[in-house]
Design a protein around this ligand. Structure first.
Ligand code: GLY
Length: 573
């Protein structure tokens, strides 16, 4: 029998075994809860420490999450910050999980016409650099809401580590240095020095700081002090708001005081599905992360990983990724603006949909239409942290200013790097953004709309207890990095620190190549090639994942070595 026919029969049998149920596996997490401990995993060691300090001061997972996120705004200022937005999934013991959406919105003055030229062509980089790229930031509303409703400590205390880090400085590590190198390259592409403020803060005489140098951000420190003293109203309606708007207006931009004053965080019900007996909790639209990741899991749940060889498992995984990203392109957008999104996401997660996808996966790779090539970013301007404790509480939070260093606009004297989240919209349906992602008319820029995201904060529950919190940075690779790290733990019993470090692959349906990191098992790669996958070696890491777990009677935390983070594990008070 030809190999391909054998494979197809094997897949059919395996799918048959799993249909309608989960793979018959031993439960991964012990029924015995771990002793009183917590874990914080961020993509910078000092941010993990900031979160841990809140536990030491008697705080809970949400206090720790807000302190970690605010510290990240200082130590990874090119990835995320108060000039951006994000999502936070919160699961407190005994309570339903909740999804906080503090994603940026398009300003009221935004319209497609602003981003196209006289002949209807998309104006290059207008959603990427400069004032028209900036969405209304939601980060501080997210932090304040989380603390007020789910935390126990005051903002003035939780923000203290971030102020300290901004004022006293942070040692430049390899990741920060590489971001600065890219900043210098990008600034070189602009004549007339239009981005002097960001250059002043992050470069020294036009050159990146070296690894080991200290990055001090006195302006950002002063801004954070204002917020500690006056609350977040200063950012949305006070002096900080005026400075942000003054800078954008001087540059001819559209974001006005009414946009900031009118920004509203949304509290949403998370998306849920079941996988191998766990309840998977994820982010609903305007993220595509929860829908795509959960659709892939529902497909894989019909296969028994122990009954299938690794190349076959990987083939099914990649085909499932293509289906999910094709659905992302067709259906997803802001459900507040396009209510049809909700029904389509529900359809994406139906068992019948998973069964249809399984039935469509044959012995060779499906050849998606060939489109342009994704612009490869290292991990985008995004940062993820995960927190868990032994009492069944967890937070998964992902924050972003979109691409590295966002719009490059910093209102003078504030230290706030403003996002370029409007590039997560499509200017026109089916015209790819900087990540090579094509999207439907549901994600075309319109006033007040939230741009579609790939951020995928995810929490796994077992018997109502949080047992795993994970997520990633890296644009569309967020989805596939989070997914594969979870699969490493759940399907292969890999420890979290090895799970986030494991070599990964990424397929986003369009463009049609399967990206793989150097070091993926050559047996798998060669077999996938034989089955028709068009493989390319990734030139940069395929996402950066953080994970914390409360499984098997222990608390573990893992920060992806690709960005140099370190987790902190400690005793609960
Ligand atoms: N800006 C990256 C994302 O939200 O997917």
């Amino acid at each position: 029998m030809r190999r391909s026919s054998r494979l197809f029969i094997l897949l059919f049998l395996v799918a048959g075994i799993g249909c309608g149920g989960t793979a018959q596996q031993e439960p991964l997490s012990s029924r015995v809860p771990p002793a009183g401990r917590f874990a914080v995993a961020a993509d910078h060691p000092l941010a993990s420490l900031a979160g841990a300090r809140m536990f030491e001061q008697g705080g809970n997972v949400v206090d720790a999450a807000v302190a970690t996120s605010l510290a990240l705004a200082v130590v990874r200022p090119y990835s995320m910050g108060i000039g951006g937005g994000g999502f936070m999934l919160i699961k407190l013991a005994g309570e339903d999980p909740v999804a906080l959406d503090y994603r940026e919105t398009a300003p009221a003055g935004a319209s497609v016409q602003l981003y196209v030229d006289g002949r209807g062509g998309v104006i290059d980089k207008k959603t990427v650099w400069g004032p028209f790229a900036v969405g209304v930031p939601g980060h501080l509303q997210g932090m304040a809401h989380a603390l007020e409703h789910y935390g126990t400590l005051p903002l003035s205390l939780v923000i203290a580590p971030a102020i300290e880090l901004a004022e006293q400085g942070v040692t430049v590590d390899g990741h920060t240095h590489r971001a600065m190198v890219r900043l210098a390259e990008v600034l070189d592409q602009h004549s007339g020095s239009p981005f002097l403020e960001i250059e002043k803060i992050f470069l020294k005489e036009g050159a990146p700081l070296a690894v080991g140098d200290t990055l001090v951000q006195p302006d950002l420190g002063a801004t954070l002090r204002r917020i500690a003293d006056m609350g977040i109203a200063d950012f949305y309606e006070g002096e900080l708001a005026r400075r942000i708007v003054a800078e954008l207006t001087a540059r001819g931009g559209i974001l006005g005081e009414a946009d900031l004053a009118g920004y509203q965080l949304a509290v949403r019900s998370p998306l849920t599905t079941r996988f191998r007996g766990f309840k998977v909790v994820g982010m609903p639209p305007p993220s595509s992360g929860g829908a795509c990741l959960q659709q892939i899991l529902t497909v894989l749940d019909g296969y028994d990983p122990r009954a299938v060889d690794r190349p076959t498992y990987t083939h099914v995984l990649v085909e499932s990724m293509k289906h999910a990203f094709a659905d992302r392109a067709a259906f997803l957008g802001d459900s507040d603006v396009h209510p049809g999104v909700t029904d389509d996401v529900s359809q994406m997660l139906q068992p019948e949909t998973a069964a249809a996808i399984r039935a469509s996966i044959g012995p060779v790779a499906v050849d998606p239409a060939r489109y342009g090539k994704a612009w490869l970013t290292e991990d985008g301007g995004t940062s993820h942290y995960s927190i868990i404790d032994s009492r069944g509480n967890a937070v998964a939070g992902t924050d972003t200013i979109n691409l590295t260093f966002g719009s490059l606009v910093v209102p003078p004297g504030t230290g706030i790097v403003l996002n370029n989240q409007l590039d997560d919209f499509a200017v026109k349906a089916d015209v790819a953004n900087e990540y090579g992602l094509k999207m439907s008319s549901r994600n075309v820029i319109s006033p007040g709309q939230r741009p579609l995201s790939s951020m995928s904060p995810t929490i796994l529950l077992e018997q109502g207890r949080a047992v795993l919190s994970a997520g990633a940075s890296g644009g569309p690779k967020i989805i596939t990095a989070t997914l594969q790290s979870i699969l490493q733990v759940v399907d292969f019993g890999v420890a979290p620190k090895d799970a986030v470090a494991a070599k990964r692959l990424h397929h986003q349906w369009s463009p049609g190549e399967l990206l793989i990191e150097p070091g993926v098992d050559s047996v798998i790669v060669e077999q996938l090639q034989q089955w028709g996958h068009r493989i390319e070696l990734a030139e940069s890491p395929l996402g950066v994942c953080q994970m914390t777990t409360a499984m098997g009677g222990t608390i573990e935390g893992a920060s992806d070595p690709r960005k140099g983070g370190q987790p902190v594990i400690g005793e609960l008070r």
